[in-house]
Design a protein around this ligand. Structure first.
Ligand code: SF4
Length: 429
């Protein structure tokens, strides 16, 4: 391709930036906790991601190639875009990754690619890179590979031998939207890859269980992407409402045991592909990415996964969009005031989780603490409840902090429509 390695990494890390399933690129100056800027001194392509327990890790986030036969309207790498094209070789990428790893710049690799050939051939290159890292470079770091829709079951099985996580992007909420913006992709191929992953994963777990039982725990387990699968969905490029998105998310979690669904606010490719300012009439003329909507979807997703809400409780046919002014848990509480107040000295864990301002950790602490004594409002503050929100929805020993007499006023007081006070979602990787 005539590009030296430095230029390749510059092009291929820039081209990988917009995949949300690996958090924010360090090179864009991500604001970490306390406003501290991460990444200013990190090499190109290194991004930060978060583990389930909140640990921040650095990953090299790149494409194998930005050459793509497909022409997805929302993508900077689409076939018709006027951008510089290049590809790594397996050796180059393995060398670069292990060098970054040796120097402690990164703890892992996030690798995706444009579709420069048949899905199996593209996937073979990603898999070979992971295999070379593991078998020839002694790479013990984390590896996340993108699954190319249309990849056969055999190749998925091989990829999972070397990667910790695989993910196939669902991209858009409906087949109709896919046909409009990404006509070469199909829901069937995307769901098929998720389904294959699930099947292989269950089969591996089952066989490992049997082996362990038969050998009295002496045989080693087979390896297949132990960190599971995830996906990414673009929000705001098409007309689907939040209800369709949350229903889809819910069914993906249930059917395929996905670890995470990542939401990515639509960024118009014209706004970052400087050489290609053509505006596609199929895309909305949105000037700014719908970031508050993205945040609300992450919060609703949190309700599904950790707070045991059903999709139907979060959104209904009459109200198909999340309230952008308040978080979905508070929105639900204000619509269901007859469920409250909740007496914190008696309520079970599930009921405590319904109180705005009380998270899973605080709910567990409440249950623990009240084993030895009755809780007061002062105790609640100390064990982590956010009383600004919780105050209207609970009693301690029968006493309210403040009665929710005026839901409209409470909604106004708890509003954070500008995004202030919104917590960044914890990105697992
Ligand atoms: S398949 Fe679509 S989304 Fe993926 S790189 Fe090609 S144009 Fe972009």
């Amino acid at each position: 391709m005539g590009h030296d390695l430095h230029e390749k990494i510059s092009i291929l890390s820039g081209a990988a930036k917009y995949d949300a399933s690996c958090a924010t690129s360090g090179s864009s100056g991500f604001n970490g906790k306390g406003g501290k800027k991460f990444g200013a001194t990190l090499p190109m392509g290194v991004c930060h991601s978060w583990t389930q327990d909140g640990r921040c890790v650095s990953l090299l986030k790149v494409l194998y190639s930005n050459v793509c036969k497909y022409d997805c309207a929302y993508c900077v790498n689409r076939a018709s875009a006027d951008v510089k094209r290049t590809s790594f070789t397996v050796e180059e990428l393995a060398e670069l990754t292990s060098e970054f790893y040796r120097r402690n710049y990164i703890e892992g690799l996030f690798l995706s690619s444009g579709i420069f050939a048949d899905p199996d051939i593209v996937m073979e290159k990603l898999t070979e890179t992971a295999k070379t890292l593991r078998t020839e470079r002694g790479f013990g770091g984390y590896i996340h590979l993108k699954l190319i829709p249309g990849t056969g079951e055999k190749m998925i099985r091989e990829a999972g031998k070397w990667a910790d996580r695989l993910s196939v992007n669902i991209e858009l909420p409906t087949e109709k939207s896919l046909q409009c913006l990404a006509p070469e992709k199909s829901k069937k191929a995307i769901i098929g890859a998720m389904n294959d992953f699930s099947g292989i994963s269950c089969e591996t777990d089952e066989s490992n269980r049997k082996q362990k039982f038969l050998s009295g725990g002496k045989t080693s387990s087979s390896f297949f992407a132990p960190a599971g699968q995830s996906t990414q969905l673009i929000v705001g490029a098409t007309s689907e409402d939040d209800r369709q998105i949350i229903n889809l998310t819910n069914s993906l979690y249930n059917k395929f045991s996905l670890k995470r669904v990542y939401y990515s606010a639509f960024i118009h490719p014209g706004s970052y592909a400087q050489k290609d300012s053509r505006f596609d009439p199929r895309l909305p003329e949105t000037a700014t990415p719908p970031l508050v909507r993205e945040h609300r979807l992450y919060q609703a997703d949190w309700l599904l996964r950790f707070y045991h809400f059903s999709a139907q409780e979060i959104l209904s046919q009459d109200e198909p969009f999340l309230d952008t002014h308040i978080d979905p848990k508070t929105a639900w509480a204000l619509k269901n005031l007859d469920f409250f107040p909740i007496e914190i000295n008696r309520a079970d864990y599930e009921t405590l989780l319904r109180i705005p301002g009380i998270g899973a950790k605080t709910a567990r602490r409440i249950i623990e603490t009240r084993r030895s004594r009755n809780l007061t409002i002062e105790n609640l503050h100390r064990i982590g409840a956010t009383l600004k929100r919780a105050r209207y929805f609970l009693t301690a020993g029968g006493a309210y902090i403040e009665k929710p007499d005026d839901p409209v006023r409470i909604r106004r007081l708890l509003s954070d429509s500008d995004g202030a006070g919104l917590q960044l979602p914890l990105f697992e990787f």
